[in-house]
Design a protein around this ligand. Structure first.
Ligand code: 5CA
Length: 445
């Protein structure tokens, strides 16, 4: 992509309304524009990151055997009357009336609708287990939308719903989600710690939130520091192996880690003092097992092998997809701008031509861009007629993890410069070697 033809409305001034780094940087880097309190347009650079996150989420859900669907954002109120949540949900629910005076709502979550789909189409234990999920916009009329996409009113969520014959099978689905979420967050370059939580309006006894540690997080967290060192890494997970999946969950949930809602000071005292940490965290996901809370009132039953019908055991599992964009920036930025992890970066590499119009520099840049594109890596090529300093500042602000800088001085000895946004480390290489390095880093070819 040539920057001269792109739409990247970066701001020079720091917007006064933004209180935290991620909000400031998303506005300054031209990723989003606020349209109303807690409601945003996603501009091209922001949309690219959002799509990358969605892609990682989809890949990890597919790996765990979960099946994508897409439900509407608008839902009939009658479904919610069946579960009695239409009245219970309160002012956070945006209620709408159509021209026929029928009550609708903009979905804040989808337990009722998925239960309706299930009861219409599934009737036997033979069809279980089943996990359906979507990535869809939600609306919650938050009393205090703030921090940009972190606490929006309209926000993008991955919400998955599990259907199982009994509690034991449903708890395996819960564990499977925990592990698939841990993998997802790791691929996004984040350490997200599962913490025992409170279930709120979704309901149920078993629930964990996933928290990314950050001083600007909205939740107070209490944890054993050793939990921050746990990694799934490249280990193979067999999602059908109940005991194996449960072992991974045990490994990640045995050390003390709680939010303020469930904090138990006496149990925390048992953590060795040097490991005892109090901090703040951003909730980037939550998983719930709530049994038959929705299936019973809504009549979602399945036939068991002996022919009796039982309400299906359910759970719901959410990832805050749009919030993750902010959370990743909170975890990865410096005073010059964003530093994207390679797994979510909007472009893998920026190509900066420091002397636009110089024949050798122009043709070398074009050659590098073509070579990268041929390997499935689309660079962002700064071909604008700007000073080198301004180009570097833009690249630093938007945070592409790698930069190839091309100018007449280096080209005199046949070299370009490959530099790393995170470490600042720079190396002079031939254009071919620079391309090969980037290809190697991103694992394409
Ligand atoms: N139905 C369940 C899971 S499918 C559910 O709604 N869970 S939730 O309420 O915990 O939301 C899931 C995730 O969405 C949260 O962990 C959080 O990361 C994200 N989220 C919730 N509210 C907001 C908001 N106002 N702005 C941005 N993200 C949000």
């Amino acid at each position: 992509m040539r920057l001269s033809r792109y739409f990247l409305p970066v701001l020079k001034e720091t917007p006064a309304e933004a209180q935290i780094a991620s909000h400031r940087l998303m506005l300054r880097a031209g990723m989003i524009r606020q349209q109303a309190a807690g409601i945003y347009s996603w501009l091209p650079l922001g949309l690219r990151v959002l799509r990358r996150i969605e892609q990682v989420v989809h890949e990890e859900q597919a790996r765990a055997g979960h099946i994508p669907v897409l439900m509407p954002t608008l839902q009939p109120a009658d479904l919610w009357r069946e579960s009695a949540r239409y009245d219970d949900y309160g002012q956070e629910m945006l209620r709408i009336r159509d021209r026929h005076e029928r009550d609708l709502l903009y979905g804040p979550t989808n337990e009722e609708m998925i239960t309706d789909i299930f009861r219409a189409h599934v009737g036997s234990y033979r069809d279980l287990p089943l996990t359906l999920y979507q990535i869809q916009w939600k609306f919650r009329d938050e009393i205090r939308p703030r921090f940009g996409v972190m606490r929006g009113r309209e926000f993008l969520m991955k919400d998955g719903y599990t259907f199982d014959i009994d509690r034991e099978a449903a708890l395996h689905a819960y564990n499977r989600h925990m592990v698939s979420y841990l993998r997802t967050y790791e691929r996004l370059g984040l350490t997200a710690i599962p913490m025992r939580a409170d279930s709120g309006p979704i309901g149920g006894d078993d629930t964990h939130e996933f928290l990314v540690l950050a001083q600007t997080g909205e939740s107070e967290v209490f944890y054993d520091d050793r939990v921050t060192a746990l990694k799934l890494g490249s280990r193979d997970i067999d999602y059908d192996d109940r005991a194996g999946v449960a072992d991974v969950c045990r490994e990640f949930t045995s050390l003390y880690a709680r939010t303020d809602e469930t904090h138990d000071p006496a149990a925390f005292e048992a953590v060795p003092e040097a490991q005892r940490k109090v901090g703040r965290g951003i909730e980037v996901g939550q998983i719930f097992y709530f049994g038959t809370k929705y299936s019973e009132p809504m009549g979602a039953t399945v036939a068991t092998p002996d022919g009796t019908r039982v309400p299906v055991h359910m759970g719901s599992h959410g990832i805050g997809v749009s919030r993750l964009v902010g959370a990743i920036i909170e975890a990865s930025h410096d005073d010059r701008g964003i530093v994207w992890p390679e797994g979510v970066t909007p472009f893998p590499v920026g190509v900066v031509n420091v002397k636009q119009g110089d024949i050798a520099a122009d043709s070398t840049c074009a050659g590098i861009c073509n070579a990268l594109a041929a390997r499935g890596l689309e660079p962002l090529y700064d071909d604008r007629d700007e000073r080198a300093g301004a180009k570097f500042a833009t690249m630093d602000l938007i945070g592409l993890p790698w930069r190839i800088t091309v100018g007449p001085r280096g080209l005199a000895t046949g070299k370009v410069e490959l530099s790393c946004r995170r470490t600042g480390h720079a190396e002079d290489l031939t254009p071919e070697a620079a391309v090969a390095r980037v290809v190697q880093i991103f694992g394409h070819g």
